[in-house]
Design a protein around this ligand. Structure first.
Ligand SMILES: [Zn+2]
Length: 222
């Protein structure tokens, strides 16, 4: 995904370009997803195509950190739920940590994996340039659950990019439109009759993610 970088190494991405960048990502790693609506095999793409290693762990006492991407060998803080305290654990570069409690919610674990894959694809330079201040610490990002509507800082833009592109690779524009229209998105009432549930099931995402995608693609207006 060739994109221009800002002076602090954050990719410059406009909202209008999100879907074409997502299509570029899928063309590179899993072009089948651009040909038929399906749940994107995020674990296979991460591990077999991108060479990452997924580990489901407890990341925080409050379960408010959903994922972490590790950009260099080193230690990160995880939460030992049995002992009720934080511990430091060594991980290798390319480890993709997912908060294990996300497995309880349909689609949230998959969205987190997609989000972290985007960090790996786009944000390595940025994270490698930030000094963690501790030699034994890994360079890593800790990603929370908040949705950013109006990002300002570099960190907020990075999270906005990862969220926007995760949605766009899990629900590729053309396939999502196709499926939504097949299911009757032209009829406003269809939303109440399980359309969102069908879309969420078809793409393996949460109901909320499918609903936001509907709105962002203007499908409510049809
Ligand atoms: Zn993130």
């Amino acid at each position: 995904m060739p994109v221009n970088l800002s002076s602090d190494l954050v990719p410059i991405i406009y909202k209008k370009d999100i879907d074409s960048i997502a299509a570029g990502f899928l063309t590179k790693y899993f072009p089948e997803a651009l040909e038929k609506p399906m749940p994107l095999p995020v674990e296979d793409i991460a591990e077999l195509s991108m060479g990452l290693e997924i580990d489901y762990v407890s990341l925080g006492e409050d379960k408010d950190i959903l994922g972490m991407m590790i950009f260099s060998d080193g230690e990160v803080q995880v939460y030992d739920r049995e002992k009720g305290r934080y511990i430091r654990r060594h991980y290798r570069k390319g480890s993709l940590l997912v908060e294990s409690s996300t497995l309880e919610f349909r689609g949230r674990d998959r969205f987190t994996i997609a989000h972290e894959m985007i960090h790996w694809e786009l944000h390595q330079l940025r994270f490698m340039a930030v000094n963690p201040g501790d030699r034994s610490a890994a360079r890593a990002c800790r990603c929370g659950a908040q949705t950013l509507m109006s990002p300002r800082t570099s960190e907020e833009w990075i999270e906005w990019q990862a969220d926007s592109l995760a949605a766009a690779i899990l629900m590729p524009e053309n396939m999502f439109r196709k499926k939504a229209l097949e299911l009757g998105a032209v009829d406003r009432n269809a939303q109440e009759s399980g359309l969102i549930d069908c879309l969420a099931g078809c793409f393996g995402v949460s109901r909320k993610a499918a609903e936001i995608r509907m709105k962002n693609l203007g499908l409510y207006l049809l």
